[in-house]
Design a binder for this molecule. Structure first.
Ligand code: IMP
Length: 436
């Protein structure tokens, strides 16, 4: 199997979990390269559904090595809990490898994430409040604490002392929050070091050696293209590189090693948190009216669009080909997995946004100006639906209704990327493989 990057091609929640789960067993290594426990997806284990936030999906397969790369931010308490949960369900975590260069989410990162959002008021980003942004800020500001620091008590205390001298006045004086002592943080964090120590490794070297030996790697992206710190809808983004390029910087594996880039796209779009969303069908409670509000509600209910990590209702909208073409470019997508196609069986007709209009100008490409994106009106094509035809039992492309195939082929034409996997239901077997 060629080494593959799997990335979200929208605003996250595209159904990456199911597709990862479907293909992960084909790879020798499954590697997370960015983000942290702001991600969340469910994997099927026997009769049970297990929620993973930080652990690479490869943990579910005995032969795959799950790796947490240097680009990930690790909340050690969350990781230790997730490992315990998996072990109690009979899933062994013994193969897990964690980069010593990955940064550690500290208690003050979580406090500052919440406090900063409060400060932003109506402009808030709607973060998951897991401390992701503040941790990456410290990484870039060169005052972060890494997993390797946590493994060395003396260094950990020294670095913590220096960083608290800077954080405590901010916590106390600006936000009126609790100031931390070195001792209390050590009391919580040092026991984590004991549990995680045996998993810490030179993961860059491990992966490059593995490639030399002919092993294959699945780079498992979290969040999505439009949440990428560089290529997303800044500042309404997460703080990491979610695009395919992040797979290299976040693991220490050069881009030449990547053979395939699989983008995951939902047959419609969702977004959580704030920020522009041109095809949004606003819910009634957010000021939406008429058919659009009804369609948005139907997408949300039929698609069970509630966050795994936060439980929040996701904003919903029609498929946006402007975004799809942009995602194809910035990731270098070789193919796409189209997910949740069955959800569209609820509609008479299906809209696809082909371009935007703003101040009388047409935009076929994703606009650079944030203000354009905020005011962009979608230009739609309306396609015939396949209302009430149950497609969840289809396993071969030819079994799909003609209208469904036309919809897929229309998307391929306007986005320029072949769709190699079509998902028609939540279960693993509710999938049509089309040249994967
Ligand atoms: P943060 O990653 O917690 O800093 O949140 C920044 C933005 O990214 C917010 O709008 C979040 O809702 C969004 N976000 C973070 N993780 C995910 C995800 O896994 N799926 C969808 N949105 C996410």
């Amino acid at each position: 199997m060629p080494s593959t990057v799997l990335v979200g091609a929208q605003w996250g929640d595209e159904g990456k979990g199911k597709i990862t789960d479907l293909i992960a067993s084909d790879y020798d290594y499954v590697v997370r390269f960015q983000g942290g426990n702001n991600a969340g997806h469910t994997v099927i284990h026997g009769e049970k559904k297990l929620a993973l936030h930080l652990m690479p999906s490869g943990v579910m397969y005995e032969d795959a090595v799950p790796v947490i790369g240097n680009g990930v931010v690790v909340d050690p308490g969350v990781l230790v809990k997730e490992m315990a949960m998996l072990e109690s369900e009979g899933v062994s975590c013994k193969n897990l490898r964690i980069s010593g260069d990955a940064h550690v989410i500290m208690p003050y990162h979580k406090d500052l994430d919440g406090a900063d959002e409060k400060r932003l008021g109506s402009q808030q980003i709607g973060t998951t409040k897991r401390g992701i942004g503040p941790c990456y800020q410290d990484k870039m500001g060169r005052k972060g604490i890494r997993i390797q620091d946590l493994m060395d008590e003396k260094i950990f205390r020294l670095k913590l002392d220096a960083v608290l001298a800077q954080k405590n006045p901010v916590l106390e004086k600006i936000y009126g929050l609790h100031a931390y002592s070195v001792e209390e943080v050590c009391e919580e964090y040092l026991p984590y070091a004991q549990i995680l120590r045996k998993h810490v490794a030179e993961t860059g070297q491990l992966l490059n050696d593995a490639l030399r030996d002919g092993s294959s790697i699945l780079f498992e992206g979290a969040q999505g293209t439009l949440l990428d710190i560089d290529h997303g809808t800044y500042p309404y983004v997460t703080s990491s590189s979610c695009c395919a390029g992040g797979a290299s910087t976040g693991t220490g594996v050069g881009p030449k090693a990547i053979d395939r880039v699989l983008g995951i796209q939902k047959a419609y779009i969702t977004r959580v948190g704030g920020g522009p969303f041109p095809t949004e069908l606003k819910f009634a409670e957010d000021g939406g009216v008429g058919q659009d509000a009804a369609d948005g509600e139907l997408l949300c209910q039929a698609g069970h669009e509630f966050g795994v990590t936060t439980g929040r209702k996701r904003r919903c909208g029609w498929f946006d080909a402007v975004i799809a073409r942009y995602a194809a470019d910035v990731n270098g997508l070789t193919d796409v997995a189209l997910t949740k196609l069955d959800v569209l069986s609820a509609f008479d007709t299906i809209k696809v946004c082909v371009a935007y209009e703003c101040d009388g100008k047409r935009y076929d490409y994703f606009p650079m100006q944030q203000s354009v994106l905020f005011h962009a009106k979608p230009i739609y094509e309306e396609l015939p639906g396949w209302k009430d035809v149950d497609i969840t039992g289809c396993r071969d492309y030819t079994e799909l209704p003609e209208a469904t195939r036309s919809y897929i082929e229309y998307l391929e034409k306007i986005t320029g990327v072949p769709m190699s996997i079509i998902s028609v239901g939540p279960d693993r077997d509710q999938t049509i493989m089309r040249g994967w």
